[in-house]
Design a protein around this ligand. Sequence first.
Ligand code: IPD
Ligand code: CA
Ligand code: CA
Length: 267
Amino acid sequence: MARSALLNVMVQAAFKAGKSLARDFGEVQNLQVSLKGPGDYVSQADRKAEKIISDELLKARPTYGFLGEESAKEIKGTDGAHRWIVDPLDGTTNFLHGIPHFAVSIALERNDEIVAGVIYNPATDELYTAERGGGAFLNDRRLRVAARKELTDCVITCGIPHLGRGNHGKFLVELRHVMGEVAGIRRTGSAALDLAYVAAGRFDGYWETGVSAWDIAAGIVLIREAGGWVSDFAGGSNMLETGSVIAANEYVHKALLDVTHRPVPGK
Ligand code: IPD
Ligand code: CA
Ligand code: CA
């Protein structure tokens, strides 16, 4: 599998940040038993990882813009066409609780289109990469979305709103409809890995609303390059702007779009 110079830069940045996160994750596991817990430590680990990534990316391409979750504000690039979109630690709650399901997510946008994405889980050493037109890979293995066509055979992952976040009532209606049609539902706590797992054919589909651009940007190109369909909740392509996403193969995508839009029962 040949990687472009740009993708190599992204992979190196993800590895370097991943190494730092892996070290900090070890310490977080020790801090679980302390009364204060690892909260402050995790915030520091998160910011440190973003600094490592922005240093690497901006060193390699000083004219590109940079949007990162932990940076106070977006850096506008002088080149105007390119922007990095970065979540240094997706799955923070898992990380905080010592659950090894989290990832670094790095995407490259060119003229408003995501053209490359890297998602790396240092705890499992799984590296997901995709470049537009070049396919999607897990380490060196080419990825393809699952082929199942019927919702009754599908395992679907989703994001669940929680304390202080999202529209709980709306989600419960979506869940009620989806749970009655599928073989299983999961909530993993990392939107980036949810998309990567759909690209890898592990999950048959994924839906979530209320996400941010950095949660899903890299995953979008992975899904498309693995032959999947990804849209916003209206079926359009404004995932980054609306913060809503549905991803699956062509058939399951259509079914999920339909089922998640069914009205409130009894209305
Ligand atoms: C969160 C995770 C989670 C999703 C949330 C995100 P964070 O990102 O991706 O799965 O449900 O909407 O905010 O806070 O762990 O970077
Ligand atoms: Ca995130
Ligand atoms: Ca994050």
